[in-house]
Design a protein around this ligand. Sequence first.
Ligand code: PA5
Length: 434
Amino acid sequence: MKNVSFQSKNVAGYVSSQELKSVFSVIKLIHEALIKKECPGNDSIGWLNVDSTINKELVKDIDETAKDIRKNCDVFLSLGIGGSYLGAKAAVEFLKPNFFNEFKNERPKIYFAGQNLSADYLSDLLKLIRGRRIIVNVISKSGTTTETAATFRVIKKYLETLYGKKKVKDKIICTTDKREGALRRMAKEQGYKSFPIPDDIGGRFSVLTAVGLLPIACAGIDIKGLLEGAADFEKKCNILNLEQNPAYKYAAIRHVLRTKGKTIEILSCLQPSLRYVAEWWKQLFGESEGKKGKGIFPVSCEFSTDLHSLGQMIQEGRRNLFETFLIVDNLNAKISIPRDKANLDGLNYLAGRDIEYINNTAYQASASAHYEGGVPNMTVSIPKRTPRYLGQLFYFFEKTTAISGLLLGVNPFDQPGVEAYKKKMFKLLGKPKK
Ligand code: PA5
């Protein structure tokens, strides 16, 4: 059976086997520390063990809830930000067809809000969902995140005006901390259905809990497949061998490249359906590594679109970059270039060629050109757009993040820096002190 795979031939000359060996000796210690739960942030590593993340009853409850929503609702509105948003958005965008919300028979439409503070976004959304049968899933571990809470208030009021207070109760599902927080209190007092977020799993590692799984299941995606894929990679990414463990290899190479001044990593995707996987990846690595003046700055590109914009910078700009290509080996569709008698555009040399063949050639050409231009690169290949492979990918990146952060000597599971803007914003807004 094929799996998500990792290859790194285009780092030759930048990373030696001796350097990798030396980093691996530290990874071995981290490996042990993770097992013994003796690493920084060890109270937030519940996601490491996929089976302990979520039990069978909870998966069943999520599946049944989603089935009911798919039958009876026109709109599923997911409210959340950061880790309470990006994983679900990534899965839905990657696994559903492009433009799926535009399809006439697609039900429910899946919309996301609470990930920004834009009045226009919210107002346009309210206009869009007016008169439709709506279910709202408000997701926040802390229960106090301003973007999510403010959006939830507006949406709740809107629903109450439309349907009356009593009926709104059945249109709201909360995903939040088991015991604490404003959202948990609200769920209890108002009698909303709720799903718990495990204590030992932080936001950006929570896609395989109810946080991600309910919205994903509501989109009609097989969440068991996702979990099985993650479990496959739990085994693979726990092998204490650099060549057999893609997460350890990826983390080790990133670490060596960083020490050589390659402080920006570009995730270059070749499919628009991967756009939000890249957004999820950026949050995962950025929020986990960027501490104590350290870390690799994660950015993303969408090729071949960005080869006509940022491509110039990648090829010839400052040489502080490395790149990880994220490709899909087998696409669902086959579309070939038609032959044209007149051949005015000169494209007949490609007649009969599949569009994906050309896309893959663009990948190979850019990987090689960027390498020759001083941008070492690696490739992560996803065999197909399926839940199982996405589960593998999620776990692979999560494990790499943990190892990378611990190699840097930071706690990869907290985000103290996020508080700085919040403090200033609350002061400016006049938030009362507790
Ligand atoms: O990774 C994290 O913990 C954060 O990005 C959170 O997911 C984000 O800030 C949202 O937090 P909450 O779920 O508490 O609303």
